[in-house]
Ligand binder design. Structure first.
Ligand code: CA
Length: 232
């Protein structure tokens, strides 16, 4: 699945190499040569993942990583640090700053792509193409098909994304605001009650196979996807 990836790298040849490989893999690439440029791009569009060089002119990549983690809006964006440094202490500093992974230069494009996939799978499973099955409910992101106990279920694109997000984050309660950020996207201005409308449609889509009970309303908080339906 296509993700938006921000590459912050001051060496043009390396930036180009990374960007070409990411584009080839179907990702949308944003590029910055320093922290200031990166911050401007992040303000305009929240990327799904950031590849961040450590040694940059001006503020270091480590500084940006720490800033991202302390800001509510960017706190959850996965970060992979790129660096020529390879000592244990540097690795510890990098991971303590909130980076999800750490790649030492020189690296092969193949290794980079594998790490990106692993981090996205761990941090943002709704962005991967992995087929998910929960209690007979099967969602296939590649073909955009959904079935309940083997029976195909008709579902709209927004409800599909919403269900994909829920199924990859089971048992967690999400507020309407969080769901808007995660499913509709950052900087999208829609009213919170829009979420309720799509939750209703989602339940309706899941009704034929009785999977609608997996979508729980948590009073005063929001919604949750629960794999196990309590027996009433
Ligand atoms: Ca550099």
């Amino acid at each position: 699945m296509s993700s938006t990836i921000l590459v912050v790298e001051d060496e043009p040849a390396i930036q180009e190499l990374i960007a070409v490989n990411l584009s080839f893999a179907g990702h949308k690439v944003l590029r910055a040569f320093d922290v200031a440029q990166a911050e401007t791009l992040i303000r305009a569009e929240l990327p799904d993942l950031i590849l961040l060089d450590w040694m940059l002119p001006g503020a270091s990549g480590l500084t940006l990583a720490r800033k991202l983690r302390s800001d509510e809006r960017t706190r959850l964006v996965p970060v992979i640090m790129l660096t020529a440094k390879g000592s244990e202490q540097d690795k510890v500093d990098g991971l303590e700053s909130g980076a999800d992974d750490y790649i030492t230069k020189p690296f092969s494009p193949k290794e980079l792509m594998a790490r990106i996939k692993a981090v996205l799978r761990r941090r943002a499973p709704q962005l991967t193409d992995d087929l998910i099955e929960v209690e007979g409910l099967k969602l296939d992101p590649t073909s955009h098909r959904l079935s309940g106990n083997g029976q195909p279920l008709a579902i709209g694109p927004t409800e599909f994304r919403l269900l994909h997000f829920f199924m990859t984050h089971p048992e967690r309660v999400f507020s309407r605001g969080q769901l808007l950020d995660q499913v509709w996207g950052d900087h999208v201005f829609v009213e919170e009650r829009t979420v309720d409308v799509h939750i209703r449609r989602l339940r309706k889509a899941l009704e034929p196979s009785k999977h609608d009970a997996h979508i729980e309303t948590v009073r005063g908080s929001g919604y949750r996807f629960t794999p196990v339906i309590p027996k009433s």
